[in-house]
Design a protein around this ligand. Structure first.
Ligand code: PGA
Length: 252
């Protein structure tokens, strides 16, 4: 695991941009795993800028999104599908068939199985982008998730519902269920970058980077992945050992 601690959200987004843009530049047919949420918005803005200024080409890239709310149609502005189109897909030359878990599937277990099969058929994920929840979830893999789970239906934690209420009219409107890539799906990605900013993520980052590896803190499993880069701002790094609060470090 490598950790890069930056001075600001903007710098965190730039570090992530270098990795994602480098991946696409070096392998134009890359398979990217993508995350929604406030954290990666700066990364997507930067990738759009790199596309527009120097023509970074996404035309051969395949994307898989981490998760989607159950019952949410793609055209619903609160769907993750809609978010990705608004912040990224509609602004670059990525192919129109970006791939999402089907939140409206009639047979959810079959849709989950098909999702993992499609990832395998596309050759697996080269680079997976992750945010982290205050409860250390990755994707919607909430505490006490089964590490061996592949893409599956999840019930959102109360803490996640409260955190995501900011995107809805009120807490009641937040869906209770989602489809999420499982921990196993995420762990099969060849390279993972985890982004976090702000003091409210400090405890989750500490658990992810130096806590016990346990389903109680789903992101802690990343300590066992062979190629993970954690990119955080100073506030999100504030509960880490002093040496990790500046600059870049190989942890082990
Ligand atoms: P956020 O969400 O980027 O909106 O903070 C991250 C997450 O819950 O995984």
């Amino acid at each position: 695991m490598r950790i890069i601690t930056t001075e600001s959200y903007q710098e965190m987004s730039l570090e992530a941009t270098k990795i994602v843009a480098g991946q696409v530049y070096l392998k134009p047919t890359s398979v990217l795993g993508l995350a929604t949420g406030s954290t990666p918005e700066g990364l997507y803005d930067n990738l759009v800028a790199v596309h527009r200024t120097i023509g970074l080409d996404f035309s051969e890239v395949t994307t898989f999104n981490l998760d989607e709310y159950i019952g949410m149609a793609p055209e619903n502005p609160q769907s993750y599908h809609y978010f990705m189109h608004k912040h990224f897909f509609d602004l670059v030359n990525v192919r129109p068939e970006n791939i999402f878990p089907d939140g409206c599937a009639e047979d959810v277990p079959a849709a989950c199985k098909a999702y993992d099969k499609l990832i395998r058929e596309k050759g697996g994920i080269d680079l997976q982008v992750l945010g982290i929840g205050r409860n250390a979830h990755i994707g919607f893999n909430e505490p006490d998730v089964k590490f061996e789970a592949t893409t599956h239906k999840v019930k959102l934690d109360d803490e996640t519902i409260q955190a995501n209420a900011r995107f809805f009219e009120d807490e009641e409107a937040v869906p209770r269920y989602a489809i999420s890539m499982g921990i196993k799906t995420i762990m099969l990605a060849r390279h993972v970058i985890l982004l976090a900013n702000g003091p409210e993520k400090a405890e989750a980052v500490k658990k992810a980077v130096c806590g016990s590896v346990s389903p109680a803190a789903p992101a802690s499993i990343l300590q066992l992945h062979q190629d993970v880069t954690v990119i955080v701002d100073r506030a999100a790094a504030s509960m880490l050992p002093e040496e990790y609060q500046h600059g870049a470090h190989e942890i082990f």
